[in-house]
Design a protein around this ligand. Structure first.
Ligand SMILES: [Zn+2]
Length: 380
């Protein structure tokens, strides 16, 4: 089982400078290798491969001593990355697509450098040691498990912040019998999620605040003249707030998925890929993407916790009555499901969550609902 653990890095001023130089050098190496492949193909019709370019690496490192400061394998990885770009390009050509030829990378498109762990990058004195850079302070906000084998570390820069992403291999978990009950989850509009056993989770206040801030900043940006100094400033603010929202959303998705897999043995979600558009079109909320993230996080956490995840067709889950199966039409503003046929009065999202659970548990045809099991179901 492979996992990624991401940590914020705090390089000092000198290290920041060195990191910038390393990224520049690696980028130049990438672009030069791309140029070589291009020229060889255009001028002589020759295809240059990774092995050809890797053979020259020793010489290049002799000619450019700055490059030799860094580990050999890290420079190899740069060439491999180019090779991957070409492989993807040729694969798409073969499939009859018309992909763009691999492009030269500008600074803004070259933002990560991978290292084989233990080869040019490692952990020393509780810091990230990178050959040619030094020992960089890391905020270890969660420990890397003791039984983990670190395979790779990717140094990243985004929004002027530095990060290290450790790719670790963990032993596969033993299969355990989960003692908890089953639950259906409605991915909500007003509340974040509703569960079939009657819980609703609201979007935290700080989340809504950031959303409002983003809308304000977007309006401000659109009022300004494109390309102007003030416009650029507004763009920077919007980018920053986007990043903040993404962070908050990821945090929240981690928290909710953790609770779900520890409490429930069977978790049923709506399959957003089926018919899910009807719902998400109504909500231009930035939570849309968060739903997919929540499902993804729950899926991989379920593996360890021994929970099972099932996805069902979301068709009519909010309109059907979970008590008797009647279709009770209601607009989005109606928050309570009130069934004229059986008299059930219940929160609309909880009603939907119960329908979602039923769809996974009940045999097809019941209550006039479309048979969905086991269509679209998969087990983590
Ligand atoms: Zn009813």
């Amino acid at each position: 089982m492979i996992r990624s653990y991401k940590y914020r890095l705090y390089p000092n001023r000198k290290q920041t400078e060195y990191l910038g130089e390393m990224f520049d050098l690696f980028r130049e190496l990438y672009n030069a290798a791309l140029q070589e492949r291009r020229d060889a193909y255009q001028k002589c019709g020759i295809t240059i491969r990774y092995t050809d370019q890797a053979k020259q690496l020793k010489e290049i490192r002799r000619d450019i001593p700055e490059l030799a400061n860094y580990s050999y394998s890290a420079t190899q990885q740069v060439l491999r990355r180019l090779d991957k770009a070409f492989a993807a390009f040729f694969r798409r050509v073969k499939n009859g697509e018309t992909p763009g030829y691999p492009r030269f990378k500008s600074r803004s498109r070259f933002k990560s450098v991978p290292f084989v762990f233990g080869d040019g990058a490692g952990i020393r004195n509780n810091r990230l040691h990178i050959k040619g850079i030094g020992q960089i302070k890391v905020k270890w906000h969660r420990p890397i498990p003791n039984d983990a084998k670190i395979k790779q570390v990717i140094v990243k820069c985004s929004n002027n912040k530095w990060y290290a992403v450790f790719q670790i291999e963990l032993p596969d978990p033993e299969l355990v019998e989960h003692p908890g009950p089953a639950v259906g989850i409605d991915l909500g509009l007003s509340s974040l999620i509703a569960t079939s056993d009657g819980h609703t989770v609201e979007a935290p206040r700080h989340f809504r605040k950031t959303e409002a801030k983003l809308r304000r900043q977007q309006r401000r940006m659109s009022r300004r003249r494109i390309g102007s100094k003030r416009w650029r400033k507004a763009v920077r603010q919007v980018t920053k707030t986007h990043a903040k929202i993404a962070n908050q959303r990821r945090d929240l998705a981690h928290k909710i998925s953790k609770v779900l897999v520890s409490a429930y043995s069977l978790i049923v979600f709506e399959d957003l890929n089926i018919n899910g558009m009807a719902k998400s079109r109504l909500s231009k909320s930035i939570l849309d993407a968060g739903w997919n993230q929540l499902i993804t996080f729950t899926l991989y956490k379920a593996e360890e916790a021994g929970s099972t995840i099932v996805m069902v067709d979301p068709y009519n889950t909010s309109q059907a009555c979970s008590g008797c199966g009647s279709i009770v039409k209601k607009s989005l503003s109606v928050r309570v499901h009130h069934c004229p046929d059986c008299g059930l009065i219940i929160d609309r999202d909880v009603n939907a969550a119960i329908n979602i659970l039923h769809r996974a548990l009940n045999p097809p045809g019941r209550g006039g609902q479309a048979p969905t099991w086991p269509v679209g179901a998969y087990v983590a």
